[in-house]
Design a protein around this ligand. Structure first.
Ligand code: CP
Length: 344
């Protein structure tokens, strides 16, 4: 008799995948590093493992009781030193759905306002024996510094204009859901490429998974060495959009210097805003993505953001599944087993 998914997954037990319905070969899986600092440091197999694990985790959020015992007894601390709606909330919910204990610290309510450095904050947090630290910070490399200082697993939730790995992973999951595979797709990323950690992480992720990545931005919002990342670059949106399978629009990162890069938002929208007319240049089954927060009428027209091609809210739902997967792979049974083997 064929095994049911539940039978393949095995019985629930403290610390394992519980009733996640994960296939047996994923129950003890883990990533190579103790941390998730950027997509740059993952290989394609690790990215696929995260996406496959997230795919199985989606189902938990459809249950009447949205909780499994997988990370019972684990402590997760969110350190958010920059504003966030989606990333912070979804990491908090993800940890709770896996039964971990969570605590969130923001810059305004931490002793950093009294002059404590990030490294001292990290050392004090580490002294409370957390298992996972999630950090968002305005400085590129902040997550790396935390990872070097702390024995807890560190997840980069966005470090300046450097990387935002879980955003790229949730974007990849959303694309895979719609297109079946990422290999061979033409993905256009348009907007403020120069200041965007989302663009950087997506370029690494999509290229590792075999997509052709095209970027489009005014010269003032394009990094001068962008081709070195393996992308095709355009200074106009229309030619970039021709034949696109996926279009990802990005907001202008005003907090990172983007506001000095164009004469007016009206002119920016006319040239680089994703309107229905411009989107018509892409393939008929194109999907439209945006990591949020969105500025309607600047980088995207409202009727495109809310239109039939938009998968923007699916990205948010997938963010929850991806963050559950990352927490599980860094602190679940596979990570514990790997740490024991490494220590032996
Ligand atoms: N996409 C994203 O990182 O959104 P938040 O800033 O709201 O977390």
């Amino acid at each position: 008799m064929p095994k049911t998914k539940e039978a393949e997954a095995g019985p629930a037990a403290p610390g394992d995948a519980g009733d996640l319905i994960l296939p047996v070969d994923q129950q003890a899986a883990s990533l190579k590093s103790k941390d998730l600092l950027g997509i740059e440091y993952l290989d394609a197999d690790e990215i696929q493992l995260i996406l496959d694990t997230a795919h199985h985790f989606k189902e938990i959020s459809q249950r009447p009781i949205k909780k499994v015992p997988t990370l019972r007894g684990k402590s997760v601390i969110n350190l958010f030193f920059e504003p966030s709606t989606r990333t912070r909330t979804s990491f908090e919910i993800a940890a709770k759905r896996l039964s971990a204990d969570t605590q969130t610290i923001s810059a305004s309510t931490s002793s950093m306002v009294k002059g404590e450095t990030l490294i001292d904050t990290a050392r004090n947090i580490e002294a409370m024996y957390p298992d996972l630290l999630i950090i968002r910070h305005a400085f590129p490399g902040a997550a790396h510094m935390l990872a070097r200082t702390c024995s807890a697993a560190v997840i980069n939730a966005g470090d300046g204009a450097h990387e935002h790995p879980t955003q790229a992973l949730l974007d990849a999951l959303t694309i895979r859901d719609h297109k079946g595979s990422i290999e061979g797709l033409r993905v256009v990323i348009c907007g403020d490429i120069a200041h965007s950690r989302v663009a950087r992480s997506n370029i690494h992720c999509l290229r590792k998974l075999g997509a052709t990545v095209v970027v489009a931005a005014p010269p003032t919002l394009m990094p001068c060495d962008v081709e070195a990342l393996g992308v095709e670059a355009f200074d106009r949106l229309e030619p970039a959009l021709e034949g696109a399978d996926v279009v990802m629009t990005l907001r202008i990162q005003l907090e990172r210097g983007g506001k000095l890069s164009f004469p007016s938002t009206r002119e920016y929208f006319n040239l680089f805003g994703l309107s229905r007319d411009k989107l018509a240049l892409a393939k008929d089954d194109v999907i439209v993505m945006h990591p949020g927060p969105m500025n309607r009428g600047v980088e995207i027209a409202s009727d495109v953001a809310d239109g039939p091609a938009s998968v923007i809210l699916e990205q948010v739902s997938n963010g929850l599944a991806v963050r559950m997967a990352v927490l599980y792979l860094l602190a679940g049974v596979g990570a514990a087993k790997k740490n024991v083997e490494t220590a032996a």
